[in-house]
Ligand binder design. Structure first.
Ligand code: PGA
Length: 252
């Protein structure tokens, strides 16, 4: 069954004491929320993972990393492997975020390798896809997303595919305050779900949660989450304030 999910991507924000304050505030806010119908995920920077996994032990949320190496282990200075994340009790990991594709030149092939390593360690990948403004204006957005999905994740078996989450994040909506309309988002979510139906089956497609990301906030979350194929959100800026983040969690 596809799950409702709200995942907070802190990106490279907060010093240690701010991160501590934020996770404590999230714990406090979550204590008053019924989260039976939604999985809450917090994705801090690597140095705060232990802080957040410790906090998750007495609270109803999961922990995600923001990236993983596409190698197993060895001489890869600065990288963090899936086995290291698994040893830290990380449940999810974002892969293929557009910021990583842009600034760190990640390719669909790298992303596929990362997904393999996460699956091998029982960590759920949250694979991000999305088009640039130029690609949308040229009418290429469907092709771009199809290629990202096919090359990034469609090598998986049906069984493994069902363990993945996909996030549609139009690049023009990330951190810009310019959200995709609920109709624009629904159109792409339905397109992605249909790709999964065609490649695997309807049953598999009904297991994969597809999240929307890009200026999702407490004001627009309810509308977006009401759409048929939108199973939740990957939240950047609004996840840095506990109150806003939990307001989004309560939007289902
Ligand atoms: P935003 O970021 O909510 O700040 O637009 C979303 C993301 O990049 O995951």
């Amino acid at each position: 069954m596809r799950r409702n999910i709200v995942a907070g991507n802190w990106k490279m924000n907060k010093n240690f004491s701010e991160a501590d304050d934020l996770i404590c505030a999230i714990q406090d806010e979550l204590a008053n929320v019924d989260v039976c119908d939604v999985d809450v995920i917090v994705c801090p920077p690597y140095p705060y993972l232990e802080l957040v996994t410790d906090a998750s032990e007495d609270s109803d949320f999961y922990v995600g990393a923001q990236n993983v190496a596409h190698f197993d282990d060895g001489a890869y200075t600065g990288e963090v492997s899936a086995s290291m994340l698994s040893a830290m009790d990380v449940d999810y990991c974002i892969v293929g975020h557009s910021e990583r594709r842009k600034y760190f030149h990640e390719t669909n092939k790298d992303i596929a390798e990362k997904i393999n390593r996460l699956i091998a360690r029982d960590i759920t990948p949250i694979m991000c896809v999305g088009e640039s403004l130029e690609e949308r204006e040229n009418g290429n957005h469907f092709d771009v997303i199809r290629k990202q999905v096919e090359e990034g994740i469609f090598h998986l078996s049906a069984e493994d595919m069902q363990r993945c989450v996909i996030a549609y994040e139009p690049i023009w909506a990330i951190g810009t305050g310019k959200t995709a309309s609920k109709e624009q988002a629904q159109e792409i979510h339905a397109f992605i779900r249909n790709l999964i139906v065609e490649k695997y089956s309807d049953d598999v497609a009904q297991e994969v949660s597809i999240l929307y990301g890009g200026s999702c906030n407490p004001k627009n979350a309810k509308d977006l989450f009401s759409m048929q194929d939108i199973d939740g959100g990957l939240i950047g800026g609004a996840s840095l304030k506990a109150e806003d983040f939990i307001q989004i969690v309560k939007s289902f």
